[in-house]
Structures are given as C-alpha cells and as structure tokens.
Ligand binder design. Structure first.
Ligand SMILES: Nc1ncnc2c1ncn2[C@@H]1O[C@H](COP(=O)(O)O)[C@@H](OP(=O)(O)O)[C@H]1O
Ligand SMILES: [Mg+2]
Length: 347
C-alpha cells in the first residue's frame, strides 16, 4: 500500500477489509454451534465469536499500524499462541484508498489515532440467533432450555422470524483523532443480498468526515416519528424517556451499530437510550458514520462523548442520536430536566 496516501485513509481502508474478515469469523463460530458463552457482568455476555473477531481485528491492525492505540471491548480475548494466518487481514479496500483525504486530516500521524473496536455488537441477539440455526424443532427446544438469556416470550417471538435477531449483529471499528470520531466502519455479517441471483451474506458500511458514507443507500427519515431503542437492556428510566417522545412507533432492536443503521436507512428517526450501559466502542464507529452522513450522536444531555485513549469507557449519560440536527434537538427538548439530572448524577 502506498505510504503517500494519508495514514487516516489507509487505516480506514484496512479497517473495511478486516471488518469483513471478522464478520466471517462471527458466522463461522455460529455455524460450528459452540458459542462458548461467558457472563462478564449483569446482562453482559461474551462468546467465542467476540474473542476471536477481536483478536483478528486488533492483531491485523496493529501489525500494520504499530503506533495506533487500539482499544477493544474484550479484555481477555484468547491470546495464547499465534492466530491463524487465515485470520490476519493485511489488505486494504481499494475504493477507500482512492478517496481524497479531507485537508484537516492529511497530516494526522499514527500516534494521533485511537481506534475503538467492538468485535460483536448485539451479543444478546447473536446468542439468541443460535436457536434459529437449529432446524430440528426438538434440538431447538433442548437448546432453549439450557440457554441463559432467553425468556419464553422472546423464544416465541424468535420462532416467528427465520433469521432470529442475527441481522442486529454488527462489527464496529471507530477511528478517532483529537478525541473526535472522524471515521468508522459498521459491518453487518448477516445482511442478506442477492448478487446475480446468488444469496450473499454480509455488507460493510463506512463513513469519513467531510467525505461522506458508502456501502449502503441512505434514505430520509420516515414521515411519522419512529424511535429505535434497546430490546435487551431496558429499565424504568429508559421507558420514561421513550414515553415523552410522542412517537408513532417504537422499535426495540439490538446493538448500537444496528440502531444507527436504522437511522441512516430511513427505518427510524431517533435513537434514544436514557441509561448507562453503552461503552465507547459501542458508539465510536456509529457516531463517526452518522456524522459523515450529516447526523448527530450525543449523550442524553446533548453533550458529545470524547474518544481519547484516557477517557473512561462507559457512556454513563446514555445515547441520543438522530439523522439530522432538527430531530436531535426535538428529542433533546422533550426529555424532562428531572430525567437528565438523574443521568447526570451517574457522571
Ligand atoms: N445495562 C447494560 N449492561 C451491559 N451492556 C449494556 C447495557 N446497556 C447497553 N449495553 C451494551 O451496549 C450495546 C448496545 O446495547 P443494546 O443492544 O441494549 O442497545 C451492547 O453491546 P454488546 O452487544 O457489544 O455487548 C450492550 O451490551
Ligand atoms: Mg457493543
């Protein structure tokens, strides 16, 4: 790869390539059926796919950009031994390499870059999706009985779809400079497309500030107010913030990456999550892609998160995102001060 291309463009091009590889790992672990679920904390799980995909991303990027600071969600990925060379991605997306770099990013050096990696956003939805790959109903029922995460209500709703919630799963790589998310990649391993009549899985969406977005077709927000929010981490305050929005519809889906995709594709108007729980790796890539498309992501108080390496990982004051400033402002003004004060006390 030519080193005359600005490093930020090269890092984005490499991130697009490695995200696709990590997505394949996520699908392969699922096909083998041994998810290796570990409970990290309350409502917080990790699988073999989270661990392996993170290793693939971090080892591939740090081999090429040793001075970049890369922070991943999983603090104990399996680090024993060399990773399979099949997993190392050292190529770069050619279309991205040909992008004209915005002038304010041309002189960025490797050591100025902090990358936040979520190898598998929507882990709850991923583990629940495993059930749908069991075609034998008796095998599926046996798996449900031993599954740590699924209530009977969700089991019944899973049976109504043929792909479970696997479309909610994303691989997130967020690239920040001077604490701001300037570029990002959202890869969706289970997105289905038909190419020349053949079914293909996976797509990669990217964004670069002042350049724009690629990998999907953007659409304007729906005519009526549609809110997207968590489906697996709700609580009374999250619900209170949803009630005041006066929405015509509330969509409950998994993952910060998928919710931002819904904004970009005109499925939802605003993403509201009035609770701590999301971390910097959940929002860095989605915020970068949304910004590049003209949208806005802040906390519930309207403040931007900072993505420097020394920042705290939790996004303690929630998430508020919209595809444009007007919708963002609408939501911000509807959230009662009392609720904002409650979240601010988490700081
Ligand atoms: N209360 C909570 N506890 C742990 N993680 C939480 C959480 N609330 C949100 N998150 C994390 O934020 C991301 C988006 O959450 P949600 O799907 O509920 O909108 C998920 O990332 P992961 O799936 O990568 O863990 C999720 O785990
Ligand atoms: Mg996540």
């Amino acid at each position: 790869m030519s080193t005359t291309i600005p490093v930020i463009v090269r890092v984005l091009a490499s991130s697009v390539s490695v995200a696709g590889k990590a997505g394949k790992i996520v699908r392969d672990v699922m096909s083998k059926g041994e998810l290796g679920i570990v409970e990290k904390g309350k409502d917080d799980y990790q699988t073999e796919a989270d661990r392996s995909a993170q290793r693939c991303i971090i080892e591939s990027l740090s081999a090429q950009y040793p001075k970049v600071n890369i922070i991943g969600e999983e603090d104990n990925p399996d680090t024993e031994g060399d990773i399979s060379s099949e997993w190392l991605a050292v190529d770069a997306d050619k279309e991205i390499l040909s992008i004209e770099c915005p002038s304010f990013l041309k002189s960025v050096k490797e050591e100025d870059i902090v990358i936040w990696v979520d190898p598998l956003d929507g882990t709850s939805e991923y583990t629940q999706g495993a059930l749908m790959l069991k075609r034998d109903p008796w095998e599926r029922w046996k798996m449900y009985l031993t599954h740590p995460l699924i209530s009977i209500k969700w089991y019944l709703s899973l049976l109504q779809s043929d792909f479970g919630f696997l479309e909610h799963v994303t691989v997130l790589i967020g690239i920040s400079v001077n604490e701001k998310p300037v570029a990002g990649v959202i890869h969706q391993p289970y997105f289905k497309t038909l190419i020349d009549g053949e079914k293909k899985l996976g797509r990669t969406i990217w964004g670069l500030q002042e350049v724009g977005v690629g990998g999907f077709t953007a659409a304007p927000p729906p005519d009526s107010l549609v809110i997207t929010t968590t489906r697996s981490h709700s609580n009374p305050i999250v619900e209170k913030a949803l009630q005041v929005m006066n929405a015509s519809q509330i969509l409950r889906v998994g993952g910060a990456g998928y919710k931002v995709l819904q904004l970009l594709e005109g499925v939802a108007s605003i993403y509201v999550f009035a609770s701590p729980g999301c971390k910097k790796w959940d929002t860095c890539a989605p915020e970068a892609v949304l910004n590049a498309a003209g949208g806005k992501l802040t906390d519930i108080l309207g403040n931007y998160y900072k993505y420097g390496a020394s920042e705290g990982k939790p996004n303690k004051t929630g998430v508020l995102a919209a595809v444009n400033g007007e919708l963002h402002n609408y939501a911000l003004t509807r959230i009662p001060q009392e609720l904002k004060d409650k979240l601010a006390s988490n700081k």
